[in-house]
Design a protein around this ligand. Structure first.
Ligand code: 6PG
Length: 250
């Protein structure tokens, strides 16, 4: 595991792992560490999962030893960083991916999973999710997730915060409906106020197609030029986990 030089602020760290399995292993360790810390401190672990394909390797790793029995799943509440505006049984649904790769294999009861209702009209889905977050994070002006997992697109997007889209400028809400012309569809996404309220944010980045944008962000050469570069938890830690291909230019 390659650690980058410590010139970045202490709460920012990037690690390059030798391949996707090693990245998944380190991400699972981070997940377990966050769970133990949160449950010890607050009795529960509230995590927002990432969409896309990279998290599948982490999900699969969590369903096996030592993590399967090493995490208090009954005290873990699962949320989502974003969702495509599709029904929950669509093969494009982030919820469906999580259900198949994580919830079903671990036997997670549905009442501990809080999905974004992609089948609803986008704005109603966003309002509904904001209501769920208010219920699950009572008394908190912004939901303070114990861990938010995020991915990175080759264009620098994260969650469903795509370059040039309106949700990038939302500062008064935790959740927004976002028309994404790059994919020609609506999405629902956590906004920067929610992302940057997290105790821990971990990016999972794999693949050569991410190398240039990862270097621009993680190398802090032009971090805020990309949506993912503006994820900087105000009172939390930020960890970038990259495989060797994605970290090739770092
Ligand atoms: C989504 C994700 C999105 C994803 C990136 C990276 O709904 O698709 O939230 O932000 O994390 O596009 O996706 P991969 O992991 O598939 O490269």
């Amino acid at each position: 595991m390659t650690r980058l030089p410590p010139e970045a602020p202490p709460r920012f760290e990037a690690r390059i792992l030798p391949g996707l399995p090693a990245l998944a292993e380190e991400a699972a360790r981070q997940f377990q560490s966050a769970a133990k810390e949160s449950i010890a401190a607050r009795g529960a672990f509230k995590v927002a999962l990432s969409g896309g394909s990279t998290p599948c390797a982490l999900h699969e790793r969590l369903t096996k030893a030592p993590f399967r029995r090493g995490i208090e799943w009954k005290r873990t509440l699962f949320f989502f960083g974003d969702e495509r505006c599709v029904p929950p049984d669509s093969d494009r649904s982030n919820y469906r991916m999580a259900r198949r790769t994580l919830f079903e294999p671990l036997g997670i009861r549905e009442e501990r999973t809080f999905r974004i209702r992609g089948e609803d009209p986008p704005k109603r889905a966003a309002e509904g999710y904001a209501g769920i977050l208010e219920e699950q994070f009572p008394g908190e002006r912004r939901p303070r997730f114990d861990l938010i997992l995020l991915g990175l697109g080759a264009d620098g997007h994260t969650a469903s915060l795509f370059p040039g889209t309106r949700a990038l400028s939302v500062r008064d809400r935790s959740v927004a409906a976002n028309w994404v012309p790059q994919v020609g569809s609506w999405r629902v996404t956590l906004t920067y106020p929610a992302l940057n309220a997290a105790r821990r944010v971990v990016f999972l980045v794999a693949g050569a197609e991410k190398a240039a944008v990862a270097a621009a962000i993680v190398g802090k050469r032009s971090s805020s030029a990309f949506p993912a570069g503006r994820v900087r938890p105000r009172q939390g830690s930020l960890l970038w986990l990259l495989d060797e291909e994605a970290g090739a230019y770092l």
